[in-house]
Design a binder for this molecule. Structure first.
Ligand code: ADP
Ligand code: MG
Length: 375
């Protein structure tokens, strides 16, 4: 074995995620219940001593990029900003990481609401952490990745996606508490319960750097300020209707109602899973969708059609997953109904004249890690 290569190169990977329930709660200090999925992004990183990062990806439409390891937000744009952002966040936190050749390969569909951006950032982050012996724990890496995405890429996302990608566990969903910044595995043996989790990628692209996500976040922050609390999480123990009565603006009332009821739905889902009753969480998933559609107004026609078609075909529950404005839908089905639900969604898309969706199943899979052969 080439000893030098063994110490200067690592390959790490990080999964995409599906959020079972708990949408737009993370930046409100609340709860979410994501799972790491089998689709992963791999980053092979080889250290360089000339202060340059040369990044390339097998993803279609990505050009190789070269930039200074000490670039600043704004210097690198496009896909490579996700890589540059991780280097920037690490160095900004005082970790003097050198340049590198970075090769990215992924099976996580991009822009589908499965958090390919965080899979990429987390893959690079865990690999650099291991390669340079930084010794950073997963929560610290999640916060660094959040800084990269917020300040370098310019997407005002919370920490849920990174926590799922970093803390994911086979056969478990992850209870993410955004206020405490903790990630607790909750058993979720879908196959053992005769269930399938079907994902419908509507192929309607969403854009977190667009206005919709930031506007929702700003409204929640304004509501928290009006209510005199740090985040909407602080009002969980009070009566929801008392809180809503204090707000006059109808849009704000609906936005806050989504956040408060969604937090409650996450905890109800956790209770059912802990009780070994995963087959009963369907109505909570569907209620989450209704709340996102009517109160938070982050769904689009294609995701609403997918949810309706799945439910009509016998899904136990269905909801959009991810930040919204397109992306993916999840449907919980009896394993025997999986194909029928997928067919029904495809037929509904055809009827509406929508482009065919991509339909596949996921299961809770392992989180980010380093390939043993390169350790
Ligand atoms: P999502 O995270 O839901 O997939 P985003 O819009 O947040 O959607 O992130 C998608 C972007 O992340 C892509 O447009 C691309 O810039 C970058 N990206 C994700 N995966 C890869 C990859 N494997 N190679 C290169 N860039 C990627
Ligand atoms: Mg993303």
């Amino acid at each position: 074995m080439d000893v030098h290569a063994a110490v200067s190169e690592r390959t790490g990977s990080a999964p995409g995620r599906v959020n079972l329930i708990g949408e737009h709660t993370d930046y409100n200090g609340g709860f979410a219940l994501p799972l790491a999925i089998p689709a992963r992004t791999t980053a092979r990183v080889r250290a360089r001593d000339d202060g340059v990062v040369a990044a390339e990806s097998t993803a279609p439409g990505t050009e190789p990029a070269r930039f200074a390891v000490d670039s600043s937000p704004g210097d690198v744009t496009g896909w490579a900003a996700y890589v540059a952002g991780v280097f920037w966040a690490l160095r900004d936190a005082g970790h003097d990481v050198p340049g590198a050749d970075v090769r990215v390969d992924s099976t996580v569909p991009s822009g589908a609401g499965l958090s390919s951006s965080h899979a990429l950032e987390c893959a690079v982050a865990v690999t650099l952490n291991d390669l340079h012996g930084l010794g950073l724990d997963r929560t610290t890496l999640a916060l660094l990745v959040q800084r990269a995405e917020n300040h370098y890429v310019g997407a005002p996302t919370g920490a849920m996606d990174q926590m799922a990608s970093l803390y994911g566990q086979d056969g478990h969903v992850i209870l993410f508490d955004a206020r405490a910044m903790t990630a607790e595995p909750v058993p979720c043996d879908l196959a053992g319960a005769g269930l399938s989790l079907v994902v419908v990628d509507t192929r309607v692209h969403h854009e977190h750097t667009g206005g919709g996500y930031g506007a929702r976040r700003a409204t929640c922050e304004a509501a928290a300020a009006l209510l005199g609390v740090k985040t909407l999480r602080e009002v969980q123990d009070e009566l929801v209707k008392d809180v809503l009565a204090q707000l006059e603006d109808d849009v704000m009332v609906r936005r806050v109602r989504h956040v408060l009821t969604e937090n409650a739905r996450v905890l109800d889902t956790v209770a059912l899973l802990r009780a070994g009753r995963p087959g009963e969480i369907g109505p909570l998933l569907t209620a989450s969708h209704t709340s996102m559609r009517d109160d938070y107004e982050i769904t689009v026609a294609e995701v609403d059609v997918a949810v309706e078609a799945a439910l009509t075909a016998g899904a136990l529950g269905a909801r959009m997953t991810g930040g919204g404005f397109g992306g993916s839908v999840i449907a919980l089905t009896a394993a025997a109904d999986e194909a029928r639900v997928g067919d029904a969604v495809r037929a509904a898309f055809d009827q509406h004249g929508y482009a065919p969706p991509s339909v596949f199943t996921v299961r809770p899979a392992a989180g980010a890690g380093i390939e043993e052969s390169t350790q």
